[in-house]
Each structure stands twice: as C-alpha cells, then as structure tokens.
Design a protein around this ligand. Structure first.
Ligand SMILES: [Zn+2]
Length: 320
C-alpha cells in the first residue's frame, strides 16, 4: 500500500514537472516543442487522475502547432495546422485555458471561442476553392455565422490565413463574408444583365465599407461605374450597358460627320477626341473576325509567293 502511494507521489512530481516544462517552452515561443511536451504531460496527468489538467494539456497540444506556424509566417490553412486543431480538439469538453498565443498574447481563452473562430476561418478558406457558386455562398454563410458568434472580440488567427490576412474582429470578418457573398451572386449577372449585377455589387460594396476594407470598397465602386456606363453603337445604333459590352475604337470621324450629327441633334458617339467611336460587342467582334480572315488570306498569299521565290532561287543555285 505504502509502495503505491510513494509511486503515485513520484508520478505526481513527474507530471507537475512536465506541465511546468511544457509551459516554459511555450512561454519562450517554442510552440512546436511545447505541443509535444503537452502530449506527454496529458498522459502523465491521466495516470495520476488529474482529468481536467489532462484535457487542458491535450487542448494545448492540438492548438500550439497553429501558433508555431503563425510564428514562422506560414499560412495556417496551407499547413493544415488549423484543420488539425479543429478535428482533434472539438471532442474535448469546453473549458477555459491559459495559453500563449501568436503575437506575444497571453491570457485565458475559452476553448469554444477559439474553435468557433478556427471553424469560421476554415469555412471561409474552403469557399475560395468551392467548385460551384452555390457551394461557395453556402460556405461563406456558415463562416459568417461563426464569426458573428465571436462578435466584437478580436480574432486570434485572422492575420495568419490568406482569406483574411489582417487584424480584425468577428463582426468585421462576418461583414467581409457578406461582401464576398453579394459579389459572387452579382458576378453571375455581369455579362447577361448588368443592371441586376449592380444591385448585388452595391450591396457587396456597402458590406466591404462596413468591414473597413476601404480599397476593396473603392474597387467595387469602380466596378459599379463601369457596369452603369451606357453607350450607343456607331454602327447599329443600339444602346449597350456596361463597359464589357462595348469597345472604343479608332475611326476618322472628321468635321463633316461631326457637323451632321450636330445638325441632327444626335448623340455625337465620339468620345476622347475626334477619332474614337463606340462599337457594341457584336458589331466590334464582327469587324474583328472579318479583319482576321482577310489578314489570314493575305498572309497565305504572301507565303505562297515567298515559297515560289525560294524554289526559284534554289533552282538557279543548282544550275550554277
Ligand atoms: Zn452595334
């Protein structure tokens, strides 16, 4: 009986030492090594019946590979450390843990809160690789729900994943997802119905602005401007909306046509000086393909002449 007690007190000592060692290793930022030590510590804790400490140690063992990657500037999604953390630690009961985090952060963290963030990030990253628009939108909606749960608090991992790549909060990350969702939905209509696309892209611009992504917001405004632009085609007279549906091409308009258009009070259809006109996409491409065909015919004719000349030169040379 006495022997058992002595053994277990020795075990306890070993366990305490391993936990302390693991913590010291994490404190100096050697997270990869600390993770391994926490695995050992968790085993020792289980042996002496310290269940809570065992769970905490195990949680840190799963978490710290993320911190190691973050410290070394690696993307937590690419290295899969974030996925590894979620896959293993979600089975553990919810608790508060004291942890060292990337960027010199130390404090008490709620395990559920860390997992919620990691899940949100995984959904957001996966949406970038989704094969269909519907799937991408669904994943972004899930990501947004997770970020909203975190609310105004700062995200811990956002700087170390390429989908966010900045210091941000749960709410701002959710707004960023909303911006992406609306942009994706709008992009479906950019070619077929620019007016409909504008509605979605305006919603995405608003979300990006609210998410404090000024540059993206500005880019969206430019996109909206381009989609709003309408011009009349010089050739067919049809009106075309969105810069994707017309081309500005060089043409000699001259004063005669300028005057005539002025007399008829017609749209000048000339922009950026006298020598540019607007062509709608069908008119432009019709000319383009015809010109290509003509150029090809001329090229083939020229090649035939050159080949004939070459043959003649060769014949002359052999005669010499
Ligand atoms: Zn036209």
């Amino acid at each position: 009986m006495l022997g058992v007690i002595i053994l277990s007190s020795k075990e306890i000592e070993r366990c305490e030492k391993e936990l302390e060692d693991a913590e010291n290793t994490a404190r100096i930022g050697n997270f990869g090594k600390a993770a391994k030590k926490y695995f050992n510590a968790a085993e020792l804790c289980k042996k002496v019946g310290w269940d809570n400490e065992a769970i905490e140690a195990l949680f840190l063992a799963y978490l710290y590979p993320c911190n190691q990657d973050a410290k070394e500037g690696r993307d937590l999604f690419e290295t899969e450390s974030l996925r590894y953390f979620v896959q293993h630690s979600y089975k553990l009961p919810q608790m508060k843990v004291m942890a060292y985090m990337p960027g010199g952060l130390y404090g008490e963290f709620d395990t559920k809160r860390l997992l919620t963030e990691a899940r949100g990030i995984l959904y957001m990253e996966l949406s970038r690789k989704a094969k269909t628009i519907e799937h991408s939108v669904k994943l972004l909606e899930k990501a947004s729900d997770h970020f909203l749960e975190i609310g105004d608090s700062d995200l811990v991992f956002s700087r170390y994943v390429s989908c966010l790549k900045r210091r941000t909060t749960g709410n701002y990350a959710a707004l960023e997802c909303e911006g992406h969702i609306n942009y994706i939905k709008g992009s479906v209509y950019i070619e077929i119905d620019p007016s409909k696309a504008i509605g979605y892209i305006m919603a995405s611009a608003r979300a990006y602005r609210a998410a404090k992504l000024r540059d993206v917001w500005k880019g969206m405004n430019k996109r909206i401007e381009a989609l709003r632009a309408t011009r009349k085609c010089w050739m067919c007279g049809r009106e075309a909306q969105s810069t994707e549906n017309f081309e500005i091409v060089k043409a000699d308009v001259g004063s005669y046509f300028e005057n005539r258009l002025r007399e008829m009070k017609e749209d000048m259809r000339v922009i950026e000086g006298k020598s540019n006109i607007i062509l709608c996409k069908p008119c432009y491409t019709a000319i383009y393909y015809e010109a290509e065909k003509i150029a090809k015919t001329w090229y083939e004719m020229a090649m035939q002449v050159i080949q004939a000349l070459e043959a003649r030169v060769r014949r002359l040379e052999t005669r010499r």
